[in-house]
Design a protein around this ligand. Structure first.
Ligand SMILES: CC(C)(COP(=O)(O)OP(=O)(O)OC[C@H]1O[C@@H](n2cnc3c(N)ncnc32)[C@H](O)[C@@H]1OP(=O)(O)O)[C@@H](O)C(=O)NCCC(=O)NCCS
Length: 178
């Protein structure tokens, strides 16, 4: 097993930025980027970010709801920004945002975002292993850190891995809105 650090890490230490240009092979018959290709790039950017934070191999365990707010066109340049929001025992949540603009840098727009969950694996790529905590510094990092617990409960309940009665954050949320 290679030496890994389990000391708390700043979000900036694993922040990952990836840029792609949309080529003809990436588009649907309307000339827009295929959603599946975008999801692939999102998965890659998030995996790099998770791997950096965990200092280990990682696998995608879950992807939360993704919606496509704005079409991305042939020739556009997209930027994917991935950052870790929170670490749990053996998993981390990664937030990714996608922005697009044309080649001249004009018409910038935010196209979509999603939350991915990755599990850190040992060097044999078999068993989940402990991950370093996240040290949220800015107010945005702190807000993402706090809301991560609620998103985690939601996805574990939906996956049948947690009972609703154990999902304290979600229960609190619904009680507040009554
Ligand atoms: C992800 C995987 C390693 C989990 O294995 P497991 O035997 O369920 O392991 P555990 O029960 O110990 O759970 C490990 C972690 O995964 C998390 N996890 C498992 N399923 C999850 C889900 N549906 N959503 C969110 N987290 C999940 C658990 O909460 C746990 O995290 P924690 O330790 O931080 O609480 C295993 O299911 C796997 O290898 N899946 C395939 C991954 C893959 O191939 N991804 C690419 C898709 S093509």
């Amino acid at each position: 097993m290679s030496k890994r650090s389990l000391s708390p890490k700043k979000v900036s230490e694993s922040r990952t930025v990836m840029t792609e240009m949309i080529m003809p092979n990436d588009t649907n018959p309307m000339g827009n980027l295929m959603g599946g290709y975008l999801m692939r790039w999102m998965d890659i950017a998030c995996a790099i970010c998770a791997g950096k934070h965990c200092e280990s191999h990682v696998v995608t365990a879950a992807v939360d709801h993704i919606s496509f707010q704005n079409p991305i066109r042939l020739g556009d340049v997209i930027t994917l920004e991935a950052c870790v929001t929170r670490a749990f025992s053996t998993s981390v949540e990664i937030f990714v945002q996608v922005y697009a603009n044309d080649l001249k840098g004009q018409q910038p727009r935010r196209c979509n975002h999603a939350y991915f969950t990755f599990v850190a694996l040992d060097d044999e790529k078999k068993e989940p292993i402990a991950v370093a905590p996240v040290l949220p510094l800015s107010s945005e990092e702190q807000s993402l850190y706090e809301s991560a617990q609620r998103r985690r409960e939601m996805r574990l309940v939906l996956a049948g891995r947690m009972k609703v009665k154990e999902a304290t954050e979600i229960r609190k949320l619904f009680m507040e809105t009554d």
